[in-house]
Design a protein around this ligand. Structure first.
Ligand SMILES: C[S@@+](CC[C@H](N)C(=O)[O-])C[C@H]1O[C@@H](n2cnc3c(N)ncnc32)[C@H](O)[C@@H]1O
Length: 253
């Protein structure tokens, strides 16, 4: 993983858990969902995969575990997190007490068909082995189980200097080919932008966490690197060079 990605997904993940703990329990979910998943997006995915109480949800590239913890709270899901960065794994354990496996999304140490539902939010573009991730999602979910993705695709060529380090955004055509290559098919999709960012209250808590992180760590090189990454991502999304889409997939019939 590149230095910038390590700063973003490891060091800042650790700091985020510290800040959320200091601010209070009502900040844990908004802090841990800053990686990508807003409440309306997670609700959409839960509905798509028909999440029910007690369902085992495997979240691959789970970050600090916010989306999975939200699904546990709202739908009674039983999450298992898979995440390669130690800082993020520890942060998820500290904030939510969820079971975490430290591993890559292209080699998940879980049995075939062990999940009722599996998802991966904002992860595919951070991985070199994108087909490997989709194959693991397909392998880990039980036959008939739902597969969710939040994926960022490029609408045009992304100049290298505008690309967040370590990211590679497939075109929608490439993504379709990857989905077919993993023996999956699309059931439904929704542009992330159509679903919004959550309530004003949620937004306020997210902003408070961001402000606290900045006030504590703005002089630290890891914070600055992570900020550059997130600014580049924001610019790409703002200019529609990259778009976020929620996908519901299932095994190809
Ligand atoms: C943008 S964050 C999203 C985190 C989380 N899914 C969320 O929505 O809040 C991307 C995550 O992908 C993880 N990641 C990067 N490379 C990975 C890999 N090879 N396998 C699994 N996860 C990976 C990062 O460590 C990071 O936690």
């Amino acid at each position: 993983m590149s230095g910038a990605m390590e700063a973003e997904f490891d060091t800042v993940a650790t700091w985020t858990a510290e800040v959320a703990t200091a601010l209070g329990p009502e900040y844990a979910l908004p802090a841990a969902c800053r990686g990508s998943g807003s409440p309306p997006a997670i609700d959409w995915l839960c509905d798509a995969v028909d999440m029910s109480s007690g369902d085992v949800l495997v979240d691959i590239g789970a970050g600090i575990g916010g989306p999975a913890a939200y699904a546990a709270r709202q739908r009674g899901a039983a999450p298992v997190l898979v995440e390669p960065e130690m800082g993020a794994c520890r942060a998820a354990e500290v904030l939510f007490g969820l079971p975490v496996v430290q591993a890559s999304g292209s080699a998940v140490p879980l049995a075939d068909g062990s999940a009722d539902a599996v998802w991966s939010l904002g992860v595919l573009c951070t991985m070199a082995d994108q087909l490997g991730l989709l194959r693991e999602l397909s392998r880990v979910v039980r036959p008939g189980g739902g597969i969710g993705l939040l994926v960022y695709t490029a609408t045009t060529d992304v100049p290298k200097d505008r690309q967040p380090e370590g990211n590679s955004f497939p075109s929608t055509e490439t993504l379709d080919t990857l989905v077919r290559g993993a023996n999956l098919q699309k059931v439904d999709e929704c542009p992330a932008v159509d679903l919004g960012a959550g309530s004003a209250d949620w937004q306020e808590r997210t902003d408070r966490v961001a402000a606290e992180l900045e006030s504590r760590y703005r002089d630290h090189p890891a914070w600055q690197l992570a900020e550059q990454q997130s600014k580049k991502m924001g610019d790409l999304i703002g200019s529609c060079t990259v778009v976020g889409t929620l996908l519901h997939l299932r095994h190809r019939t």
